[in-house]
Design a protein. Structure first.
Ligand code: SAM
Ligand code: DTB
Ligand code: SF4
Length: 330
């Protein structure tokens, strides 16, 4: 079943068969794929910053920032470039090699705000960090501008299966998401594309999402696996937490299907035990978001994360050397 080279040719039946295997066989295979493609005891530490918070016109059922939901939130206008770069410097000092800037926009509009984001990207790249943005939908021209500013990756999630999508979001559709991913690819920017588990989707929806992700061409460079953070005031505030072994199963399948990708444990780690996180690392997860806040919801404290990595003998991926920084900035 496992294909040894990166391949986009898994069928839905292949993914279903993989997903249905005994969990420990799956984790064992995922660990082997992980070790063949990455340094097994290394974790990429990333930091997130919400550069524009709240007031979003999309109706994503999970999101604290949607105008359609009633979450309690301090809305904020687009941050100033210097303030963002100050946060990026702090993130670098505390060991992050990637800085991700998120804006609660349904799509990017040309103009001063977008130009400001391009300046932020340039500043972060000049610091020798990978710069990532998530700004909603993007045109081809905007993708090229971000590439010119030095952007490493663009985060744009498919979130769930095509079949379940309209139960979660109605103001846009799956093809809108895929179109932005195409624009990102055309500009030569890596895609960071994954989903959320625990939205109320079925096992078949999770299989379908993993199948779609692995068939993106090129495959995503990074696959964020978010566990729903139920936010009060959203339609999903009372969702039951997904069974933790289902979460691990998805991580293992993602690792096997996308051997070269960074599999990124994103939202939801605060309520996941350290043992389950360790099993996820075994199953091939090799990146986490650090810092006490994600975009608007809390994340484990820095000491807890670094403590866990130390206990497990995992080292944070080293910051770029001077030489590598120049290559990143070039
Ligand atoms: N507005 C942009 C967009 O939707 O593409 C970027 C920001 S959005 C907050 C980034 C991602 O965060 C979403 O695609 C979703 O996967 C994830 N996310 C948002 N709220 C979440 C929650 N409550 N629990 C888990 N993941 C969440
Ligand atoms: C992603 O997939 N997860 C991150 C990042 N990409 C931008 C965001 C998680 C947000 C969780 C909810 C919040 O903090 O508002
Ligand atoms: Fe807006 Fe993004 Fe939140 Fe959806 S997930 S409401 S697009 S900020």
């Amino acid at each position: 079943m496992t294909k040894t080279v990166e391949t986009n040719s898994y069928t839905l039946d292949d993914v279903r068969a993989l997903y249905s295997r005994p969990l420990l066989d799956l984790v064992y295979e995922a660990a082997s794929v992980h070790r063949a493609n990455h340094r097994a005891n290394e974790m990429q530490m990333c930091t997130l910053l919400s550069i524009k918070t709240g007031g979003c016109t999309e109706d994503c059922g999970y999101c604290s920032q949607s105008l359609h939901n009633d979450a309690e939130l301090d809305k904020e206008l687009l941050m100033k470039v210097d303030d963002v770069l100050e946060q990026a410097r702090k993130a670098k000092e505390s060991g992050s090699t990637r800085f991700c800037m998120g804006a609660a926009w349904p799509k990017v509009l040309d103009g001063r705000a977008f130009d400001r984001v391009c300046d932020m990207v340039k500043g972060v790249t000049d610091m020798g960090m990978e710069a990532c943005c998530t700004l909603g939908m993007l045109t081809e021209d905007q993708a090229f501008k971000l590439k010119e500013a030095g952007l490493t990756a663009y985060n744009h999630n498919l979130d769930t299966s095509r079949e379940f999508y309209d139960k979660v979001i109605t103001t846009r559709n799956y093809d809108d998401r895929l179109d932005t991913l195409k624009n990102v690819a055309k500009a030569g920017i890596s895609a960071c594309c994954g989903g959320i588990l625990g939205l109320g989707e079925s096992e078949e929806d999770r299989i379908s999402l993993l199948h779609t992700l692995s068939n993106l061409d090129p495959q995503p460079e990074s696959v964020p696996i978010n566990m729903l953070v139920p936010v009060k005031g959203t339609p999903m505030e009372n969702n039951k937490m997904l069974d933790i072994f289902e979460w691990i199963r998805c991580i293992a399948v993602a690792r096997i299907l996308m051997p070269k990708a960074m599999v990124r444990l994103s939202a939801g780690r605060l309520t996941i035990s350290k043992e389950a996180q360790a099993m996820a690392f075994m199953a091939g997860a090799n990146a986490i978001f650090t810092g006490e806040k994600l975009l608007t919801t809390p994340n484990p404290e820095k000491d807890a994360d670094y403590g866990l990595l130390e206990e497990l003998g995992i080292t944070p991926r080293a910051p770029f050397t001077e030489e590598e920084s120049k290559e990143v900035a070039a």
